[in-house]
Design a protein around this ligand. Sequence first.
Ligand SMILES: Cc1cc2nc3c(=O)[nH]c(=O)nc-3n(C[C@H](O)[C@H](O)[C@H](O)COP(=O)(O)OP(=O)(O)OC[C@H]3O[C@@H](n4cnc5c(N)ncnc54)[C@H](O)[C@@H]3O)c2cc1C
Length: 362
Amino acid sequence: MEGGNSKRRLVIIGGGVAGGMLAKTMQFHADVVLIDPKEYFEIPWARLRAVVEPAFAERSLINYNEYLTNGRLVTSSAISVTETEVLTKEGHLIPYDYLVIATGHTTSQPRSRKDRLRQFVEENEKIRSSNSILIIGGGPTGVELAGEITVDFPQKKVTLVHGGSRLLQFVGPKASDKALAWLTSKRVEVLHGQSVDLSAISESDKVFRTSAGETIHADCFFDCTGTPLGSSWLRETFLRNSLDMHGRLMVDEHLRVRGKQNIFAVGDITDVKEIKQGFLAQKHAEVAAKNLKLLIGGGAPRGGLKEYKPGPKIAIVSLGRKEGVAHFPYVTLMGCIPGKIKSGDLFVGKTRKQLGLPPGLA
Ligand SMILES: Cc1cc2nc3c(=O)[nH]c(=O)nc-3n(C[C@H](O)[C@H](O)[C@H](O)COP(=O)(O)OP(=O)(O)OC[C@H]3O[C@@H](n4cnc5c(N)ncnc54)[C@H](O)[C@@H]3O)c2cc1C
């Protein structure tokens, strides 16, 4: 698989933060095919702002063809893979010389950008027409949504139900405490150690019972419990033994799937021992791109590939438009400093620039 031909076939499965960036970087170095069930890339950290301000998504939903000008997009899900080709849900076989798996988390989002924009409008109408809102899940999505709603619609009653003993369990307890104190100061009612059975509720419900037997009255609810890793489709393939017990792909220090010379994995789907964050997924994409260029160009595959070093535990969770809580390795910050870093533009302009696009709309 080494050397020589600059038109090697590179198939990237998953056009999220890592795969989308990698496709952009590699499009003039290989014959790139990007497979994703959506026609657009969505900046994930802008999602909750778009729920309270649908127009915000005009910049954060980017059709792949805006920046993938020299690659081919296959709008479908990968459902199987062999040593030489990928099978899509529509039954197409896509051959590869090099493969990158970047399927992060599964999505049930609409196929077209237009329909995704409409979905944000509908979610916004749901909030506007409700006096009370139940948020299920106290990870970054649930906390950021509670922050957005309570800042933009302070008159609404917000209840957040969280199964764990503290919010934001992916970062340290100080960040959890600060987020809880902030939400409580905004009159958000937070119930810890309780869950709501999602399979037993429907959109029209107004009364919800928690696992602890509490009753919550709310005009609508949002499921913020997260989506599964996008690796279940690999379980029946030759890569099944490359998955760890959590369903993550085990990679070597070059981000190649262990034992495979021409298959890489990047982003949240990997077993790299670090916090799962988009800025690290982007770094994976950078390292994988360098290694793919080396391999495609025939350069020093033995010992010469770039190594990926796990990234630091850094996360910023926005709390409305001006504040946030930030976890850094030695310090946790709360208030307007993390707010200044993230909460205003939510890195949308920055992410667009990384994709070679203007930060704003023309
Ligand atoms: C609310 C929220 C806020 C966040 N804030 C930040 C932040 O401020 N900073 C930060 O660094 N990180 C943040 N993150 C984390 C960040 O979004 C993730 O770490 C990042 O999205 C991981 O990128 P990825 O490319 O690995 O996966 P994803 O972005 O999940 O992309 C996976 C892609 O694969 C596609 N896919 C899945 N299955 C298949 C299949 N079978 N076939 C084809 N395609 C498939 C999906 O459609 C999707 O496009 C936040 C996350 C959330 C939810």
